[in-house]
Design a binder for this molecule. Sequence first.
Ligand SMILES: [Ca+2]
Ligand SMILES: [Ca+2]
Length: 246
Amino acid sequence: MKNLAKTSVHGVFTGIHSTFSRGDYFSVEGVPLAKITHVWSKGEPDNDQDREGCIVMSADGTFADKNCSGTFPYICYKKFSKRTVCGTSDLSYILDNRTGSCYKFHQFPRTWSRAYMTCAAENAYLAVINSETEGKALGELFLKKGKPLPYSGEYYWDTAHIGFHDWGEHGGQWITVHGDNLKDAGYDKFNPGEPNNYSIYFMNSIMYEFCGGITKVGTLDDMWCERRAQFICEMQPEDFLSSDED
Ligand SMILES: [Ca+2]
Ligand SMILES: [Ca+2]
């Protein structure tokens, strides 16, 4: 980490924080700071304005406490483990032989952009439907894996986020996260009456439906990006296989 931190003049976030009890630092794995070799930067830790609960490693390798809401580069690490046919150690990704893609159904509802980020963090992407077969397969996956959510305004309960979006000027131009329009991507079958761009007044502004979703019968719907929904990530096993042959 010291070597990597050298490249950032502002330092990098470590996984050491005191979220649970201010001033009592532990790593994300639960190791107390006392058991981690460290040297504090000059004048640190100062818990400036009583708002600092995360540790940043400076370019010289010393530690400073900082506001967790601050913006710093960060380093991810992952233990090496055996990968499945999908190219990931995440056993929730299942290969569907009908489409040749691997999918993971996320039951924890998120907004569209958080769902997008979650898939990216798993080395996948918000599912893109490329054929009638894939539309059907994802509808079935939703039907099978979808979890009943509380019937409230906070969640979609019959639509899941997938990877298309009304980009740019928000003029009803539906584009996948890979940049194709739906027809070119291979599937543009909206649910009857959709896309309807249903609008409501929300937090002092009008909210329109600029994000893409799928129903349990595999048809498409336009949805509010900010309302949380379950979602589907997709990854291509070929990416893993071909990179392995190189
Ligand atoms: Ca696909
Ligand atoms: Ca709609």
